[in-house]
Design a protein around this ligand. Sequence first.
Ligand code: MN3
Length: 388
Amino acid sequence: MIKDKKNIAILGSTGSIGTQTLDIIDRFPELFRAAVITANHNWQLLAKQAIKFKPKMVVIADSSAYAPLKEALKNEEIEIACGDAEIARGASLPEVDMVVTAMVGYSGLLPTIEAIKAGKTIALANKETLVVAGEIITGLLKKYNSDIIPVDSEHSAIFQCLVGEKRSELRKILLTASGGPFRKLNKKDLEKVTVSDALNHPNWNMGAKVTIDSASMMNKGFEMIEAKWLFNCKPSEIEILIHPESIVHSMVEFHDGSIKAQLGVPDMHLPISYALSYPDRLPSDSIPLNLTKYGTLTFEKPDLERFPLLGYAFEAIEKGGNLPCILNAANEVAVASFLNNQISFIEMPELVRYTMDKTPFVKNITLQDLIETNLEGVKIANEWLKTH
Ligand code: MN3
């Protein structure tokens, strides 16, 4: 049993993971308190959440949303702040026990680092943090005696399968992927897919960025890198399995040949709830998994020809240095440009390839190198956009 109330800081409380985290806090007010909530620019929802959950501090990143947020919360006794530095400060407040990092993309990196330096337990939903800076983050976790508990459903599954096991006996991780909405399309069909086709994920209801990444399989590439750092294994020890039913959230294979899997309905409330309450489990009110409804669970190999971004992720992590950071920067530009109808679905990997080839490679990296690489990568990706 959890005895004391856990104070949670949610970075990105208005997004998909953020709102579902608040659902769980709302169900278990005796266990958790939303101590700090932050958002990028959705001040309306942030204000609503603040009035309901009465956090100590509310932070908005976008300065143009600061005045309306303050006005909306003028009758509340809540500290209201603005900007990235304040988000990092909120995550590091002494009373905060756990930080849920649920912001989108590269923006999650610096506040996560600050939270680690403050010794907070990180419930990691922002996989880009580990994609961009896995080695640096891993070093900081040791130095500041902090921990990461994965929120990503696959990594939560692996984490759950490893409870009570010896890391030295792990042979392989079987990382499952739904395959997204375009799993069955051939190359010709992929040329014609639209933004709304890509946003229509068959199993999971998620934010736009991760939904597009799922359709392109970039998401699975990022998750492979995330798994490499979280579970300290080689990319060659991670096998991607397409599993269209999204019931087996991932598996681990031990050196005696035994495989453990974690199964459940595709609902992010489960991995979020486990991260908040670990090592305990909280009762859930969602409909239990009915395996007879499925009858058959299927698995197949991914196709790197139709989904080249997945292969680029293996290439980036094998080469290391700043290449995963370049991959991420290019992909952020690609996804934003696809969502704006500036480029087609199959142009996303072209833009990423160009950026990976053109951005200067640095093998031994510091955090400053990564900050510069991100800017440079975005610049070079934008060059490609101008010429296409
Ligand atoms: Mn996932």
